[in-house]
Design a protein around this ligand. Sequence first.
Ligand SMILES: [Zn+2]
Ligand SMILES: [Zn+2]
Ligand SMILES: [Zn+2]
Length: 179
Amino acid sequence: MARARAPLAVGRQWTLIRGMSACAHSHASEPGLHGDGLDAAMAAAERRCGEIGERLTAPRRRVLELLLGSGQPVKAYDLMAGFGAKGETAKPPTVYRALEFLARTGLAHRIESLNAYMACRLGEARHAAGFLICDCCGATREIEPLGAEAVQHAARSSGYVLTAVTVEAHGLCAECAAA
Ligand SMILES: [Zn+2]
Ligand SMILES: [Zn+2]
Ligand SMILES: [Zn+2]
């Protein structure tokens, strides 16, 4: 049975990151997932949670939906504000707990330098993540970081137990660099 889903705040102006430093040139890209693409990603997340014995509860679902719908890094307070379909905001612990779960299970990544979260679009399991971040428009792309294995190997041999390996690279996206 298809579960009714609250509409996403599509086209909503995230307080963001994107628009943080308003660049005058326009960007055509619409990287978020909607419709069938979003449904497929949510179904995959549901399966993955089942495989690892976790539950994608309603708040976890909603936060992941918002992250996937944005396709870009989103700050926790934007997730709180966009949480309810009819504009009701969520309590901070609800969103923070959901984010902690999504980051722990690899469904999303925390980007420290932006103090924001982004849905994972690459991995089937928890993995080291790399991000190319545009400091002009905020466009952020997840990549597979080279060298992550060396970090993990060094950690193992030093007795460190890692919870996350994230590479955050700042600069200009192709559009901003060409503008
Ligand atoms: Zn990822
Ligand atoms: Zn840019
Ligand atoms: Zn720009």
